[in-house]
Write a protein that binds this ligand. Structure first.
Ligand code: AMP
Length: 307
């Protein structure tokens, strides 16, 4: 089984949706990616930083899911990264109310020696120079996947381009793809992003599924239509964690297998949005996952005769 190294925020989030509001709860891209990838029982580790205000029970939650946390630095007297967001009524769009980098501002990531030989590297949403530093510490990764967001495009554009040039797969949402490429058409956007470095471009479209672009080919996976969407926070990271976790488990990084990885990622993301924060991911059973995968299959399968 491949080794998976994840870097991303481990954070406090405060979320407002049309259905309710939370105080500071567990969040962060690294957290969601780790929990999602742990569904595949892969050998994974998260590299991140928190302050000493971060509860031990949250760290225990990660280790309880077999995620190695030797690479999570705890800064004494430091404050953990904090993000707060408010969703609009359609739940497809949100406003960031606050981003406090806190300990993330001077973070020098250290990859644990046992994970320097990681096969798959998942560079979760975080400062691009931190992503770059992690990548430089890995000996010879077979696949590097990068996730990022508008915050880093707005604030650290040049550094972001440096890291994008070094990755194999990028996963971003539709608006970010447009911002990164300057193109409105997602097909044209993907082509332009290809030229920046990544051979594979995954564009997430929230409740409208995800697109995978590679050379002249395009694959599309819908999102499962859900009766209840409660809180979309972390859906993108959960998708990315499922994608990377599945590839790590199957040890097959072909385009054909990436199509399956997209389905697994979408499937896991569909759970994430059903409750606030990481709540639903914490209680997810293999049977739940299996059952929904069957629904996914039914949703997307059709036979048609093309004459
Ligand atoms: P998603 O909904 O998949 O975009 O991810 C939401 C998660 O990303 C939240 O748990 C936040 O803690 C985290 N997050 C928000 N803003 C940033 C940022 N600028 N850098 C890194 N992580 C962030």
């Amino acid at each position: 089984m491949s080794k998976l190294l994840i870097v991303g925020t481990v954070a406090f989030d405060a979320i407002e949706t049309p259905f309710g509001k939370t105080d500071k709860i567990l969040g962060g891209a690294g957290t969601y990616i780790g929990l999602s990838a742990s569904q595949f029982n892969v050998d994974s580790a998260v590299v991140s930083v928190v302050g000493d205000d971060f509860p031990q029970k949250y760290l225990d939650l990660l280790t309880g899911n077999n995620i190695n946390i030797d690479g999570i630095e705890i800064v004494e007297g430091g404050k953990t990264f904090f993000w707060s967001g408010r969703y609009h009524n359609d739940l497809n769009t949100r406003d960031t109310l606050d981003t406090q980098l806190n300990v993330l501002a001077d973070f020098n990531p250290v990859v644990p020696s046992a994970y320097k030989d990681a096969d798959i590297v998942m560079l979760g949403n975080l400062h691009p120079l931190v992503q770059l530093s992690v990548l430089e510490q890995i000996e010879s990764p077979k696949l590097v996947v990068l996730d990022t967001m508008n915050f880093w495009m707005d604030n650290t554009w040049d550094d972001l381009l440096k890291v994008i040039a070094k990755v194999d797969v990028i996963t971003i949402n539709d608006e970010e793809a447009r911002q990164l490429s300057g193109e409105h058409s997602l097909v044209k956007a993907a082509r332009k992003i290809n030229q920046l470095g990544p051979d594979y471009v995954v564009i997430k479209k929230g409740e409208h599924g995800a697109l995978l672009f590679h050379e002249e080919e395009i694959f599309f996976a819908p999102a499962l239509p859900l009766e209840e969407v409660f809180d979309p926070t972390g859906a993108g990271d959960t998708f990315a964690g499922g994608f990377a976790g599945y590839l790590a488990k199957t040890e097959d990084i072909s385009f054909e297998n990436m199509k399956n990885a997209i389905i697994y990622g979408s499937n896991l993301a569909s759970f994430c949005v059903e409750k606030f924060g990481t709540e639903r991911m914490q209680e997810l059973s293999p049977a739940d996952v299996q059952e929904r995968l069957e629904e996914f299959k039914k949703l997307t399968q059709f036979e048609i005769e093309i004459s």
